[in-house]
Design a protein around this ligand. Structure first.
Ligand SMILES: Cc1cc2nc3c(=O)[nH]c(=O)nc-3n(C[C@H](O)[C@H](O)[C@H](O)COP(=O)(O)OP(=O)(O)OC[C@H]3O[C@@H](n4cnc5c(N)ncnc54)[C@H](O)[C@@H]3O)c2cc1C
Length: 344
């Protein structure tokens, strides 16, 4: 075995909620050969495999049994181009935010609205990251994958990833079965700004600047810095709950209780509502218990004030979700993924 396997690795600095956690075995993987060697080692020892990127969208169990793989391949390159588009491939271990900035620097456009999202490029397709009117799925061309059982490497087209609102097949039917090695994006050579998100449009107007890709990036960066608690100062995992999607009849029932709830149409007969609004209306903005709180700055962000266990985190989140359900009949679904054994 040429790779370094660390035993009983402390993961408390490798998750943005700063929960205390340990991996039975931990290993960084860069090349395809590294992945295959690590997987063969784990499979021969009958150890389960878990992938941990930047740890910004996970709730970790106190101890993760088996082998935790941490992708470290940060390659970034132009694969090919045509008159309108560039095909850019980025390794799973590249940090997402500097990748977005590098694309804008190279005049490869499309991802500007997704600046300042923490985490790795390899994790980005898992929940189809999205913000300010843009989803990753809008710009993905293909995802390079490795089968965690067999070590087989294959390419999956964007259409086969089954991307949806904060989801994909990597998070659903293939959860825990595939590793993402790299992602190829098809980006535009011409500026293509997306101003569908009203607050972004208003911020550009207020700043009196033209809607160029770099100005969009700067405004998104400024809005996020103002709105969201910085996980380095205040441990958190971003939005802790997804915005619920309701049928129009479910919406009518809810509007009897909350006539002013903001509503965003998503498909024929389906609407998305604001989970943050539900939490606020339930009086839970700033709610604090057992070392956790729903942030005063952004009611959808669960922050860790002093607690250390993933189980306590899920318990606190259930208290919030149960209160919202009891008052408004709407189920809040957790966004971060639990890794290791935790009862939810
Ligand atoms: C302050 C803050 C703001 C955020 N804002 C947003 C936002 O605006 N929009 C948004 O969508 N998300 C947001 N998030 C959530 C998070 O940043 C993203 O989900 C991000 O993509 C997670 O990347 P990660 O590398 O940290 O993944 P991790 O947390 O390490 O892992 C997340 C999941 O992906 C799996 N995974 C990780 N890497 C791989 C891989 N290479 N192959 C296969 N599976 C893998 C893990 O097993 C786990 O199930 C925010 C988080 C924080 C803390």
């Amino acid at each position: 075995m040429s790779l370094t396997i660390e035993k009983n690795k402390d993961l408390s600095g490798l998750n943005s909620l700063r929960l205390s956690a340990q991996a039975e075995c931990f290993c960084e993987v860069k090349s395809v050969a590294d992945w295959q060697e690590a997987l063969a080692w784990a499979n021969s020892a009958d150890l389960p495999v878990t992938i941990l990127g930047g740890g910004s969208n996970v709730v970790l169990a106190p101890r993760i049994e088996g082998l935790v793989l941490h992708p470290a391949n940060a390659e970034l390159g132009l694969e090919r181009e045509d008159a309108e588009s560039v095909f850019v491939r980025v390794g799973a271990g590249h940090d997402w935010d500097p990748f977005v900035r590098a694309c804008v620097d190279h005049a490869w456009f499309g991802l500007e609205n997704l600046v300042s999202i923490p985490g790795s490029c390899g994790a980005a397709p898992v929940q189809n990251i999205g913000a300010y009117g843009v989803d990753l799925a809008d710009w993905v061309h293909a995802v390079s994958c490795i089968d965690l059982n067999t070590g087989e490497v294959f390419e999956r087209s964007a259409a086969d990833c089954e991307f949806g609102y904060r989801t994909s097949r990597f998070k659903t039917k293939e959860a825990g079965r595939l590793g993402i090695l790299a992602v190829t994006f098809k980006l535009s050579k011409k500026p293509k700004v997306n101003l569908s998100y009203a607050a972004l449009h208003e911020a550009l107007d207020a700043a009196g600047v033209a809607p160029t890709p770099i100005n969009v990036l700067k405004q998104v960066e400024a809005i996020r810095a103002h709105k969201l608690p910085n996980p380095i100062v205040t441990p958190n995992a971003g939005s802790f709950f997804k915005n619920p999607v309701l049928s129009t009849s479910e919406l009518s029932a809810l509007q009897n209780l909350l006539p002013h709830i903001p509503v965003y149409p998503v498909a024929e007969g389906r609407v998305k509502i604001s989970a943050a609004y539900l939490i606020e209306q339930a009086g839970l903005k700033g709610f604090t218990e057992a070392g956790f709180a729903m942030s005063e700055r952004h009611s959808l962000v669960l922050i860790n004030l002093s607690a250390s266990s993933g189980q306590a985190c899920l318990h606190f989140a259930s208290r919030v979700a149960e209160r919202v359900h009891a008052l408004f009949g709407v189920l809040l679904e957790r966004e971060p993924i639990a890794l290791g054994t935790l009862a939810s």
